[in-house]
Write a protein that binds this ligand. Sequence first.
Ligand code: GDP
Length: 535
Amino acid sequence: MSTSPAAEAARRRTFAIISHPDAGKTTLTENLLLAGGAIRAAGAVRARGENRRTRSDWMKIERERGISVSASVMTFDHDGLMFNLLDTPGHEDFSEDTYRTLTAADAAVMVLDAAKGIEPQTLKLFEVCRMRDIPIITFINKMDREAQDPFELLDEVASKLALDPSPLYWPAGSGGRFKGMLDLRRDRFLPFQKKGGGGPDEDEGHPPAVAFKGNAIVSYLEPDEQEELAENAELAMGGLKAFDPQAFLEGHMTPVFFGSALRHFGVDQLLEGLGAYAPPPKAVAARRNGEDIHVAPGDREVTGFVFKVQANMDPNHRDRIAFLKLCSGRFTRGMKLKVQNTGKQLSVNAPMMFFASDRELAEDAYAGDVIGIPNHGVLRVGDSLSETGTLRFAGLPNFAPEILQRVRVKDPLKAKHLKRALESLAEEGVTQLFRPSLGADFIVGAVGQLQFEVMADRLREEYQLDVIFEPSPYAEARWITGEKADVEDFIGKHRSAMGADIDEQPVFLGKSSWEIGYVTERFPKIAFHRSKERA
Ligand code: GDP
């Protein structure tokens, strides 16, 4: 069967799940894989996680803290569509990694805990999605527990996110009185049936849908419950906007699903919604030979960008895996791709695709797909790859480091070793690294405190380095750009406050936000950037 890159791209759905910790992202991931036929039994995702951990115990911290540090992608073929689920780490201190993963997503599922509504982390991640024009599908989870009033939940979505919620289903009760939900588009009732005591591994067979106005409904709803549901559904449909796919794609509207990930209820409907409404990969803005262009998924040339680099997936190798989101063309194994900013050419002989069951070699892949490319540090986050090597995608941002600390190794003989280790973690994007012009210290920048702990742990486990992080004299970092002469003049006047990042880009290290404000005002020809766009 020969298919075109455009047709293949059109059947891709590449999405991520965003949520506040504990809302049920892992459980939903697992149940989506189950619904998509990628795994046979719930519990498999965790089991696989455990396996990975026993194979490589470099992430002790992952076990100790019970958080998932390494993000990956899982691919499954369902109903004629190829779903790529990007797994984003949930802990708030890993937000930078999560944010980067979102640059590869074409849609996002926002999971809300029905009892808690929108929580701080949900809001932060939502803002990133909005910034990148990623359409959002809402899944209100844990309906089998006592929930807030659905109208209040939807009001919260409207007021906190400035997004029109459009329910496609309406729940009947919650908690012990959760009976199921009404399919608002087809006027069918989907009964919820909790089996026995229930556990995550139990097969939750829910009865098939019945006509809402028919006779069969009496087996599931008391007359007053049916009446209440009918009233609420009417109120919802009258008071809330009808689902408009275009408004959803433009980021003004979110279709709302209800369910219980744990009881595998509402998950099939969510997957169906993703297939029907989530967009395939779209054209991406780029530059080629000084011109602004758009790369369409059906274009002949194979192109993509690296959104994540992960080191030491296998502790016996110093290999890294760069995760490449394909943007166009038909990628085939063995193909040569060039890195735009370095001009390096790479034969991609062992690309990996990540099926839920295992890693496999990818024979071919299309726009929307994510392939893992093993390499020895050639590929960096933000790199653009293409056959000609002339194309550069609009940059992936580096998030502004909020905490700057000095790092010291306990054994001074290992200073060189420390330099290499720090550089490699910075290349991977775990943290940012600055080398002040004066002195021999390294300054590490991170978005959250936990990143330092993770880093210390990894330096000990993977590089046998015992390090100490200490407060640094710096409060904030700013990348500086401007005309060459102006930049040189500025650097000359601020030598003691200057540093460089791992790409030798000049960075001003300010001791306070007051100082940053002061230099910004005094040097209007210099632009001060909180983060670096790798463009
Ligand atoms: P994550 O931190 O967002 O990945 O959340 P998890 O998937 O780990 O879920 C957090 C907790 O909520 C776990 O104890 C789950 O078993 C539980 N949970 C998840 N979904 C549901 C649900 O639909 N109903 C109920 N009752 N519990 C759920």
